[in-house]
Design a protein around this ligand. Structure first.
Ligand code: MG
Ligand code: ZN
Length: 216
C-alpha cells in the first residue's frame, strides 16, 4: 500500500492551461491593436445575425475578422463572409466550446496586423464556453427571449463569467408576451454591475447603444 497519494485536479489543470494560453493570446491581440470579442450563447439565439448586424454598421470604420466556432458546418462563417468580412472557420468536431489554443492555432497564418476588430462566434452552447477565456477584451453572452424566461436563473455561472449580456430578439417580445425587464432583473440579481442590452439584431433596435458600450 502506498503512503503517498497524489491527487490531480484535472479540471483545475485544464482550466489553468487554458488561462495561460489565453494570456498569450491577449498579448498577441494587444500587440496588433486588435479589439476582440467572444460571442457566446446557445444555438439559435442570434449570435451570427448579431455579428452580421455589427459588421454591417462597423465595416466602414474597421477592418474586421470573424472567427466562427462550429461543430461541423461553415454556415455562420459563410453568412458573415457574404458581407465582405474575412472569416476563419474552426470546426471543433466533438468539442462543445472553443479554447484559447484552438483560437491561436486557427489564427496562426493570419496577418492580424491587417485587422482592427475581431469577433469570435463561439460554439452554440450556453454552458462551457464561458469557462474558457480566449484572451479577448470582452466575453459577451447572447440570450434570446425565444429560449424562455429561465435562461439566467438556470445558468448563473455563465452570466457571472461574462462581461456583458445581450438580450436578443426583443422585436418578438409582444408576440411571445415576454417580460424582458424581468430577465434584465434576473441578470442584475446575479451581478448588479453587469451591463445588459436589449437588442433586436433584425430591426437594429439597441445596436447603437451596444456599439457605444463596446467603445467601437
Ligand atoms: Mg451562429
Ligand atoms: Zn464545452
Amino acid at each position: 500500500m502506498t503512503d503517498k497519494t497524489v491527487s490531480i485536479d484535472i479540471r483545475k489543470d485544464l482550466f489553468g492551461a487554458n488561462e495561460a494560453a489565453a494570456s498569450i493570446n491577449a498579448d498577441i491581440f494587444r500587440k496588433h491593436g486588435l479589439k476582440t470579442f467572444d460571442i457566446m450563447g446557445s444555438v439559435g439565439t442570434g449570435k451570427t445575425l448579431l455579428i452580421e448586424s455589427l459588421c454591417i454598421r462597423l465595416a466602414g470604420k474597421y477592418r474586421i475578422l470573424m472567427v466562427a466556432g462550429d461543430l461541423a458546418t461553415t454556415i455562420d462563417a459563410d453568412r458573415v463572409a457574404s458581407h465582405g468580412v474575412d472569416t476563419v472557420q474552426i470546426n471543433t468536431g466533438t468539442a462543445c466550446h472553443l479554447d484559447a489554443r484552438m483560437v491561436r492555432y486557427a489564427l496562426r497564418e493570419i496577418d492580424l496586423g491587417k485587422y482592427q476588430l475581431m469577433f469570435i462566434e463561439n460554439v452554440g452552447n450556453l454552458i462551457c464556453p464561458a469557462g474558457y477565456p480566449l484572451g479577448v477584451d470582452k466575453k459577451i453572452v447572447v440570450l434570446s427571449i425565444t429560449e424562455g424566461p429561465y435562461m439566467v436563473k438556470k445558468h448563473p455561472l455563465t452570466i457571472k463569467r461574462s462581461d456583458m449580456v445581450v438580450i436578443n430578439k426583443i422585436d418578438l417580445a409582444d408576440v411571445l408576451e415576454f417580460d424582458v425587464d424581468a430577465l434584465v432583473n434576473d441578470v442584475r440579481e446575479v451581478d448588479a454591475k453587469l451591463q445588459v442590452f436589449k437588442v433586436s439584431s433584425k430591426t437594429g433596435d439597441g445596436l447603437d447603444e451596444l456599439i457605444d458600450a463596446l467603445e467601437l
